[in-house]
Design a protein around this ligand. Structure first.
Ligand code: PLP
Length: 414
């Protein structure tokens, strides 16, 4: 059991009000709030240790370098990666996927090859592959989803062929909440000689992750969804794969030697980190991972699973609601999309905001999935470790208030 009351005390923003009501923050799939430990790490770094890293020979530069590289080791431990050599810091999960698409994709894909994706991908794991397919002549193929929002694994079996060079898919859908069976998908891909890329942007903040047990070749996530700062993404890849890939960006830091006409590359992972990185935010991200691990990812998952089940039960009790994705259970996370009959999700979001309840409404950067669901948009509430059942009750009350308000306005208008 999580001591949520205690945890909430670490998040200063949770004490604020919005439109005169205590904030209920249920937009965690977009970005999570930050504990004071992370905020203090940022202030502490700029107050005490600020310097550029790797190149310096003074005390501050050494401190900053040790803290930055310490965060890399921390990230490797969080993901259970064999070593920190397989951890590259990028700007966000999107950039990590683009790095693989541009560096690995352009060099390894050709006409006749296939990249296998799914219908539930975020644009971040779709558009980079569209771009690389256009550049190389490779084809895109897609695993469909069932009406309850699960991947059709029998379709995967049919579409995975010797032509498939990469299977890239989300661990947890940001719209449906579906948790995909990564180890099974990766094992099948491996038997067919294809690489796997896992988009863990939504799972990394909520589930224990072990890249070795999952058996994937690449996994990406974003610090800002994991209690960390914005501006930091993680690319984990098997070391032999990173060794074989050319750099994505050229410049300082990523070189071993440079002549006027050519250059040789630094070792991994620095080969992929051109220029001055986001030092302070990477260091604070390491503190966020400490925070998550101190509480324990299995305990976080258990709490959020209970909260998700409670939220879905309460939402289901409402009349005229459509809930998307699988029922609460083993293969579902806490991103809960819904629509209320006759109400536009944006109106629902705005009305909830007036009650101090922050949710998201829109296509959630998953337009092909919206088309598959037959809607233009959904409202989405998404939970994190600091949310409570009382906050779910506030969500339900706010939805009720919104429905009453809009029904009244419809009657008045009629
Ligand atoms: N993948 C999924 C499933 C996401 O939900 C998101 C962000 O919402 C991303 C990728 C992209 O993350 P970022 O914008 O931090 O790069």
């Amino acid at each position: 059991m999580l001591d949520v009351k205690h945890i909430r005390e670490d998040f200063p923003i949770l004490r604020r009000t919005v439109h005169g009501k205590p904030l209920v923050y249920l937009d965690n799939a977009a970005t999570t709030q930050k504990p004071r430990q992370v905020i203090e790490a940022l202030v502490g770094y700029y107050s005490r240790s600020n310097a550029n890293i790797h190149r310096g020979i003074h005390a501050l530069a050494e401190e900053a370098t040790a803290a930055y590289e310490g965060a890399r080791e921390r990230t490797a431990r969080f993901l259970h990666a064999p070593s920190e050599r397989g951890i590259v810091f990028t700007r966000n999960a999107t950039e990590a996927i683009n790095l693989v698409a541009q560096s690995w994709g352009r060099a390894n894909l050709k006409p006749g090859d296939e990249i296998l994706l799914t219908e539930m991908e975020h644009h971040a794991n779709l558009v980079p592959w569209q771009m690389v397919a256009k550049a190389t002549g490779a084809q895109l193929a897609f695993i469909g989803i069932s009406d309850d929002g699960r991947l059709k694994l029998e379709e995967y079996e049919q579409k995975l062929t010797r032509k498939t060079k990469l299977v890239a898919f989300t661990h947890m859908s940001n719209v449906l909440g579906t948790i995909n069976p990564v180890a099974d998908i990766a094992a099948r891909a491996r038997r067919m000689g294809a690489l796997t890329l896992v988009d863990a942007a939504q799972s990394a903040p909520h589930l224990p992750l072990d890249v070795q047990a999952l058996g994937c070749d690449v996994l990406v996530c974003s610090a800002h969804k994991m209690l960390g700062p914005t501006g930091v993404g993680v690319l984990y890849a098997k070391e032999e794969l990173l060794e074989r890939m050319d750099p994505f960006l050229g410049g300082g830091e990523m070189i071993s030697d440079v002549w006027l006409t050519h250059a040789t590359w630094n070792e991994i992972p620095w080969k992929f980190e051109a220029g001055t990185p986001n030092i302070a935010d990477v260091i604070a991200f390491g503190v966020a991972l400490d925070y998550l691990d101190r509480i324990g990812m299995p305990a976080i998952r258990a709490h959020e699973r209970e909260l998700t089940a409670y939220a879905m039960k309460r939402l289901q009790e409402l009349k005229d609601i459509t809930l998307y994705g699988p029922p609460a259970g083993e293969d579902r996370g806490g991103a809960i999309s819904f629509n209320l009959e006759g109400l536009h999700p944006h109106d629902v979001g705005t009305a909830l905001d007036h009650e101090g309840v922050a949710i998201r409404a829109g296509h959630h950067c998953a337009k092909p999935l919206m088309r598959r669901l037959g809607v233009a948009a959904t409202a989405r509430a998404s939970v994190a470790l600091y949310n409570t059942t009382e906050e779910i009750d506030r969500l339900i009350e706010a939805i009720d208030a919104a429905r009453r308000f809009f029904q009244r306005s419809i009657k008045v208008a009629a």
